[in-house]
Design a protein. Structure first.
Length: 364
């Protein structure tokens, strides 16, 4: 499935030899998926690496699994205090070493394993249970701080098994069978990114470009409610993109913990022809029709590597939000990483599931 990253009509004759074509995400990969089954969320990216997590804010459970026969797997419990066991409808499930590793940090207690057989044991014990609790007593009570629902976990596990081609395989999570692990499909291979990027000469008129774009795009900035206060103007930046073009990042205001900008592809010698940059998401955000990013939060561009960064917190503790990374290949911005966590439900700061990832680039 193909996705387009548009540059808002930036294919202009005035750009002559430096003309841009519309960008696109690398072809040949399956479309990512993110679904919520009752109390459990599942995300599988374009490489078929999958993430399952519950949406209860009290007791956090996260299962991650890479695609392929040798794909890594992990299961983590984020607990309020030290525990030797968990309880599934009151039945004890031991968290004994060496199968389970423990870690304490800033008052929190973490239990972790990367052993497939141990994780399969947990899944088999949990698949017919209704609740996971921290104690035997809480299984009979109503203390939400010590109890989470397992409703939806089986559906999430089944989706991962099916997505990764593990149904009826010995490596499956839920529907375990006798199929040989070697029969599991490899991770998808799509079109690779080969940036032909060379670092452009530095700008000598950055402030002038910023002021010229502000003047030329006055109506658009007003329509977008981009206030451009004195502080925002000072935070606005211009970076070299090519020999003929610059990337002008107009800061539209600073919030409590982050700021957002509108980005413009700008001819160095004709800033009045600047064009708004819009980049398509690989997945539509939950309860939103916005398929494109036009407000870039905590925007940063590195002219040495050609990398553009965007990261927006859903709230201050960063348990939800989205982040994206694009590499400029000399013609377009190619998406290399996108992470998205729609629900703000108490997860670790910045631990957002991978929705799009390109081999050779960091995913977070």
């Amino acid at each position: 499935m193909r996705f387009n990253i548009t540059l808002s009509g930036i294919v202009l004759a005035l750009l002559s030899a430096s003309a841009f074509s519309t960008g696109e995400m690398s072809a040949g990969y399956p479309a990512p998926v993110q679904k919520v089954f009752r109390h459990w969320q599942v995300t599988c990216n374009n490489l078929n690496d999958c993430d399952i997590r519950n949406n209860d804010p009290y007791l956090r459970v996260t299962l991650k699994r890479e695609a392929g026969a040798q794909g890594k797997i992990s299961l983590d419990f984020d607990l309020a205090d030290k525990r030797q066991a968990l309880y599934l409808d009151g039945a004890r499930f031991a968290l004994a070493q060496p199968a389970w590793q423990t870690d304490e940090e800033e008052g929190a207690f973490y239990v972790h394993t990367e052993q497939l057989d141990v994780i399969q044991q947990f899944v088999q014990a949990a698949k017919n249970a209704r609740r996971l609790t921290l104690s035997e007593a809480s299984a009979q009570g109503s203390n939400q701080d010590e109890s989470i629902s397992l409703n939806g976990l089986n559906a999430a596990l089944l989706l991962v098994d099916e997505r990764q081609g593990r149904l009826d395989n010995r490596s499956a999570l839920l529907k375990v069978g006798n199929g040989d692990v070697s029969q599991v499909p490899a991770a998808p291979i799509g079109q690779e990114i080969h940036p032909a990027y060379t670092q452009p000469p530095p700008l000598t008129n950055g402030k002038a470009l910023i002021n010229a774009v502000i003047k030329a795009k006055k109506t658009l900035l007003e329509e977008e409610d981009c206030g451009l206060s004195k502080e925002a103007r000072q935070l606005s930046e211009a970076e070299p993109l090519t020999h003929d073009l610059a990337l002008v990042m107009l800061n539209c205001g600073v919030g409590a913990y982050q700021s957002s900008s509108l980005l413009f592809i700008t001819p160095r010698n004709n800033p009045q022809a600047a064009q708004l940059l819009e980049l398509t998401r690989p997945i539509r955000p939950l309860n939103s029709r916005e398929e494109k990013i036009r407000w870039f939060t905590e925007a940063d561009y590195d002219p040495e590597s050609g990398m553009l960064y965007h990261s927006v917190k859903g709230r201050g503790i960063a348990d939800c939000g989205e982040s994206g990374q694009w590499v400029f290949d000399g013609k377009t911005f190619q998406l290399v990483a996108y992470n998205y966590q729609p629900e703000c439900n108490g997860g670790q700061p910045g631990d957002w599931p991978s929705v799009w990832a390109m081999p050779g680039y960091p995913t977070e």
